[in-house]
Design a protein around this ligand. Structure first.
Ligand code: GCU
Length: 703
């Protein structure tokens, strides 16, 4: 059987690399396959008078390639409309035909686009326009997407504008090309060969991002290396910036707070020291001399061993403002991370970001944006939204989500994160109030899941998380299901979209169930975070140990965040709902409360019975996904089908590992028998504890 599989894998790999028709995932959601006859629109001509202008060039060339592949013929390209039908693109300034139409471009947004089906001189045309050429480019990608999705084009003016100015990817990539929490190979930034050689793959990266509206990318890890600010590395960054610019993507870097010492030879990095201030001003000016539209910096300070202003007795605001002042001179912004916690503070870790940043609200310069993780702890499979959203009245906030699945099964587990992000974005900041978390944001940043793997993300389904990041940052109310449907149609074709979407929509909850049901959190193994480790209690810092988070013992389980005072950080409505176990939704019960194992849920089951049921449900959900995927054999291309089948098999095995190891551990605490009808763990707790995976990927965090 194993041999047969290997053989099949080999055959498929050869097919993927040798045949143009075989799919290996490289094309992402931009596959541009020939459309069925009934779906082909008539476009005999593309009219774009300035096809070499910035952004128009990219729009034009993408349309040409995409349409040719999807329609099966090449449209004529020219400045005049001579055929009976065509596509007319450009701004009113760049295209006289468009100027003549007086297209309504309101509401004003320089990245917006308008699509207009109309007639010009009796000829049927599709017009794509915008205030600025960047809007035209977004419109071009939208148009191609609509055709691929197979749904009819709008029959009247259609307007689309991004909700947020900042739609960011955050690479956690190191200069040696390792990627912190990266499960898709090496970093796509080949610092060694840059600036002389820029891998053409970077253009495809830019196209993919532009197609979903991402307009900023932070090239380096938040656990930063000061060297990226050295003159030769600025040249390397410039080469990347020059490649991404035509696609409307700005480049940002992470700035190490101690860089003035490490690079500048100063004795201190104290933000109030004039020499330090001058160092940052000079450094920023040096960057802007090379990269005129450099975006700015992201800073992780005084967190997990990173240097910061508190090393000098200064506040986060004092540290941020000093760097922000240097950036402001050039029009740059500073994204200052709120992911801070300290084991010397005797306060619930979930409460610490709010405690630190809420008092600083109003003290930041206007070009500082506080970057807040979606949940108060750390990208766990389920957390409530961070109480900082809606609490910072005078400081702009960016929501940071993690597309790379550090806590949701790395690349091998299917977990579509659109549903998870939607949960946070759509939460009301005040229960029954109108304001949602998404209303409080200036943008969304996603920790990238992109690497050098041929399929970019380590697995085909993980591409959906990159896609969802861009789409939700463009419009956070789109809905996870709609986004999944688009992606599935684009990636696997319209015929299989329905079953694929159904798997995706249930997938995150399955991971929650088999890793940490009922609001349990942070139960993973040490360091690499691969697999279960709820028993871990030996780490240097209390707040790194899973036992700190679950508080399980003989009598009960869960973290009492009412007693800890953390709940007070949320608005009153939430305080009432989450204040008592009876009114707390089951999926956050053990997040907010410590309850006895025998605590009865509305279903009549005890917490223990429900936990076992959910762990088991998580595993069987994966088995169901596997069976559903198996049915699509022959309906999707063989290579991707095969790889996904194999990954789902891994996921089922590992879901069972999570379930069994967790149940064995909980039983060692509570001594309770398994509820009737449930299988006991396959192995002993000692066996699960003995499993070690020193080389699990992504563990480059040394701070
Ligand atoms: C998590 C992750 C680290 C990362 C940190 C951060 O703790 O495990 O690798 O550095 O988040 O967001 O800064």
């Amino acid at each position: 059987m194993v041999l047969f599989r290997r053989l099949l894998m080999l055959m498929l790999t050869v097919a993927a690399s040798s045949s143009l028709l075989a799919e290996d995932g490289y094309e992402l959601w931009m596959r541009y396959r020939l459309l069925p006859k009934s779906k082909r629109v008539a476009i005999s001509q593309i009219v774009c008078p300035n096809p070499t202008d910035r952004h128009l060039k990219e729009a034009h060339s993408e349309l040409k390639t995409g349409l040719e592949a999807m329609l099966g013929y090449s449209a004529k390209v020219g400045e005049k409309l001579t055929k009976q039908d065509g596509l007319v693109i450009g701004t009113a300034l760049s295209n006289k035909l468009i100027a003549g139409l007086n297209v309504d471009l309101q509401p004003f947004n320089d990245e917006a686009f308008v699509y207009l089906p109309t007639t010009i001189n009796g000829k049927r045309v599709h017009v794509i326009t915008g205030q600025d050429q960047i809007g035209v480019m977004y419109g071009a990608f939208w148009f191609l997407r609509q055709l691929q999705i197979g749904k009819p084009l709008p029959n009247k003016r259609y307007y689309s504008a991004p909700r947020y100015k900042l739609r960011m990817l955050n690479h956690w990539d190191n200069l040696n090309r390792s990627v912190e929490r990266g499960y898709a190979g090496q970093s796509i930034w080949d610092w060694h060969k840059l600036p002389d050689y820029v891998d053409p793959r970077i253009i495809d990266y830019a196209r993919a991002n532009a197609s979903i509206g991402i307009n900023g990318t932070v090239l380096t890890n938040v656990n930063a290396n000061a060297m990226v600010l050295r003159a030769d590395y600025i040249q390397k960054t410039k080469a990347v910036a020059d490649t991404l610019r035509p696609y409307g993507i700005k480049v940002y870097l992470t700035a190490r707070f101690s860089a003035p010492i490490e690079l500048g030879g100063l004795k201190t990095a104290d933000p109030l020291d004039p020499q330090v201030q001058q160092w940052w001003k000079d450094k920023v000016a040096e960057i802007y001399r090379e990269i005129h539209d450099f975006g700015g910096f992201v800073v992780k300070a005084n967190s997990e061993g990173q240097p910061g202003p508190q090393n000098y007795g200064r506040s986060h605001a004092e540290g941020a403002n000093m760097i922000a002042d240097a950036l402001a001179l050039e029009g740059g912004i500073l994204m200052w991370r709120a992911f801070v916690y300290d084991d010397k503070t005797p306060v619930d870790r979930a409460a610490q970001a709010y405690n630190e940043f809420k008092p600083l609200d109003g003290k930041f310069r206007s070009n500082v944006i506080v970057q807040v993780k979606n949940g108060p702890i750390d990208f766990q499979p389920r957390e409530p939204f961070s109480p900082l959203f809606g609490a910072l009245d005078k400081t702009p906030a960016l929501m940071e989500v993690q597309a790379t699945k550090e806590y949701l099964g790395f690349a091998t587990h299917l977990a579509y994160l659109g549903t998870m992000w939607q949960e946070a974005l759509a939460s009301a900041t005040r229960l029954r109030g109108k304001e949602k978390v998404l209303d409080t944001l200036t943008g969304i940043a996603g920790v990238s899941n992109i690497g050098s793997d041929r399929n970019w993300c380590g697995s085909h389904f993980d591409q959906a998380n990159w896609y969802a990041l861009g789409r939700l940052a463009w419009e956070p109310t789109l809905g996870a299901e709609k986004v999944a449907d688009e992606w599935a149609r684009l990636t696997f074709g319209t015929a299989v979209a329905k079953p694929v979407v159904s798997m995706m929509i249930r997938s995150r909850e399955a991971v929650v169930d088999y890793t940490g049901p009922l609001g349990l959190t942070h139960l993973m193994a040490t360091g690499h975070h691969y697999g279960p480790g709820p028993w871990v209690d030996n780490l240097g810092r209390a707040d790194w140990n899973p036992v700190y988070f679950h508080r399980g013992d003989r009598d009960g389980i869960g973290f009492d965040r009412v007693g800890a005072g953390t709940l007070k950080q949320y608005a009153p409505g939430w305080r009432e709902i989450w204040g008592k176990p009876e009114t707390t939704p089951e999926n956050l019960l053990l997040w907010f409360h410590h309850v006895p194992w025998s605590y009865r849920l509305p279903s009549g089951k005890t917490v223990w019975e429900e936990m076992v049921a959910r762990y088991t449900q998580g595993v069987s959900e994966v088995a169901t996904m596997r069976a559903e995927w198996a049915k699509l054999k022959g309906k999707t291309d063989a290579f991707r089908h095969f790889q996904i089948s194999e990954f789902l098999e891994i996921q089922e095995k590992e879901a069972k590992w999570w379930r069994d190891a967790s149940i064995a551990y909980w039983q060692s605490l509570n001594g309770l028998p398994l509820p009737k009808g449930f299988e006991p763990p396959e192995y002993t707790l000692d066996y699960y504890k003995s499993i070690s995976n020193p080389y699990a990927p992504g563990n480059t965090h040394t701070g």
